[in-house]
Each structure stands twice: as C-alpha cells, then as structure tokens.
Design a protein around this ligand. Structure first.
Ligand code: SAM
Length: 284
C-alpha cells in the first residue's frame, strides 16, 4: 500500500499530516478532552508511552502555547513524556527514554516537577503486536497496570488518569479496581478510534485513594483481586458527530488532496533501521 492510498483511505491519517501531528492518535486525545475537559487547570502533566509524540504535541499546543508569555517559570505548565523509544524534541516537553515498568522512572519524573504531584497522567501504551492474541492482550494489560501504578504514585488528590485499554474478558474487574482509587471512571471511545478495534480509553476523574493509602511501586497494586465486585462502567462515544468517522472512506475531490503528504516526524529508531543500512551498503 502506497503513501497516497493510505492518505485516501484514512481521513485522520491525512488530517494529521495536514495539521502537523506526528500520529493520528492526536485526534483521540483531543476528542477525549472535548468530552472530559482533561486539560482544565493542568499544570503538571505526564504522558506515558508517548512516542512518536502526538499526544505530547497536543499537550504542548494546548498548555504551553496558550500560556501567557509574561508568566514566570514557576507558573508555566510542565509536561514530561516517557517512552522506551527515543523521541524528537517538542516545545516545552521533557522527553525521557525510560521504561514505565521500572521503579526508578517514577523518581525521575517527579524530579522534573520539583517533587510536586501531577494533575494529569495520560497513557497510550501498547506493545509491539505479535499477532498472538492472548500474549498481546496480556502485555497490554501489564502496560496498563504499570501506568496505573505510576499514576497512583504521582497524582495529586482530585487528579485525572486516562489510559488506553482493550476491552477484553477482565474489563469489569479492571473498572472495579480503578473505582477504588477514582470517584468517577468512564470508558470512552473517541470517534477517531476505529469501531472495528477493541481499543477504548478509561477516563478516571477525581483521584481519591482510600485513607492511609501509601503508594509503593515495590508493592504494586494488582488488578486480579477475587474479592473485588464486578461493576459495569459507563461507556460513551465521544467526538463531534460532524467529525470524520474513522471507519468510513471519504472521496478525495480536490486536486491538492491527491498529492501524498510527507510524514511529520519519521521514526527515530525504527526496528528496520539496521536492515535499511545494510540495504544501502548493498549487503542485503
Ligand atoms: N501516544 C503516542 C502518540 O500519540 O504519538 C503513541 C503511543 S504508541 C501507540 C505506544 C507506545 O508505547 C510505543 O511508542 C511504545 O514504545 C510504548 N511503550 C510500550 N511499552 C512501554 C514501556 N514499558 N515503557 C515505556 N513505553 C512503552
């Protein structure tokens, strides 16, 4: 499939390139924000599993570029982005190439906030898909669990946590666990997320840990708790009904749109990098 064919088939893929977003996922965060006002008053934000960085771009454009230029360094929002992969720089975002499952990552993030707690933690974490369904689902659940454990150690009371989930077998158990820590938990499906995908996002509002709760990454919270009641979380679709439907195909009618656009940010460390080098040297 060529570049232009994907441009034609996926409206959000094309739109992302037109608007300068590194990935089409930017629209998912923006549509979640339209519904839940995630960025209101957010001064310290953590973007977990952030590469190539379209969510961090959204955070930067919404929080940093809207800040009064006369505001002091203290008042300026701080954004920390973490990923296993290196990320190209984004204005106002501190990028860390770290593993979110490693306990030391927590203290490194907090040091960027002067050890103050965060207002918002977002996580769009996903593994490299193997195609082995059970394995992929398991690793995805582990990434979510790592992000959740990180969030409960970082957030201030009243803070918000947003994370990608794949609605599988144990989803009601997961909601129940999240409800132990947050007053409101909603499962949301942005319009830019394909209906054919199991992907959706848990939006957890008003962080209110139980009294005497001491977050500790050395004793992480575990999702599998047999005593936990299975609750049904509210599920909503979000995003303007006038916006593109991710599963629809739109005709390209203007001539300018038949020209494929360049990608906004080529991958910094793609898995095929070595193969490309060998190919250029005529060794493959
Ligand atoms: N939100 C990103 C954006 O808008 O550009 C896209 C995120 S991408 C779907 C998922 C990311 O999760 C990948 O870049 C991957 O490297 C990262 N990831 C997976 N496991 C991780 C881990 N243990 N620690 C840090 N990042 C991880």
């Amino acid at each position: 499939m060529g570049k232009s064919s994907k441009d034609k088939r996926d409206a959000y893929y094309r739109l992302a390139k037109e608007q300068g977003w590194r990935a089409r996922s930017a629209f998912k965060l923006m549509q979640l924000d339209e519904q839940f006002h995630l960025f209101e008053g957010a001064k310290r934000v953590v973007d977990l599993c952030a590469a190539p960085g379209s969510w961090s771009q959204v955070l930067s454009r919404r929080l940093i570029e809207n800040t009064d230029s006369t505001s002091s360094n203290e008042e300026r929002p701080r954004i920390v982005a973490v990923d296993l992969q290196p990320m190209a720089p984004i204005e106002g975002v501190s990028t860390l190439q770290l593993d979110i499952t490693h306990p030391r990552t927590l203290s490194t993030i907090l040091s960027h906030f002067g050890n103050e707690p965060a207002d918002l933690v977002v996580s769009d974490g996903a593994p490299d898909v193997t195609g082995l369904h059970d394995l992929d689902e398991y690793i995805q659940a582990q990434i979510l669990l790592a992000a959740f454990n990180m969030a409960v150690c970082i957030l201030k009371p009243g803070g918000k946590f947003v994370a990608k989930i794949f609605r599988g077998r144990d989803v009601s158990l997961l909601y129940s666990q999240l409800r132990l820590m947050f007053r409101k938990v909603t499962c949301a499906k942005p319009r830019s997320s394909r209906a054919s995908s199991l992907e959706s996002f848990v939006v957890c509002e008003d962080f209110c840990p139980p009294p005497n709760f001491q977050p500790e990454l050395s004793k992480p919270l575990c999702i599998v708790d047999p005593n936990c009641t299975h609750e049904i979380a509210p599920f909503i679709a979000c995003g303007d009904l006038d916006s593109y439907d991710a599963d629809a195909t739109y005709p390209i009618d203007s001539t300018s749109k038949t020209t494929p656009l360049e990608v906004v940010q080529p991958p910094t460390a793609p898995p095929y990098k070595r193969a490309m080098e060998l190919k250029h040297q005529g060794l493959l």
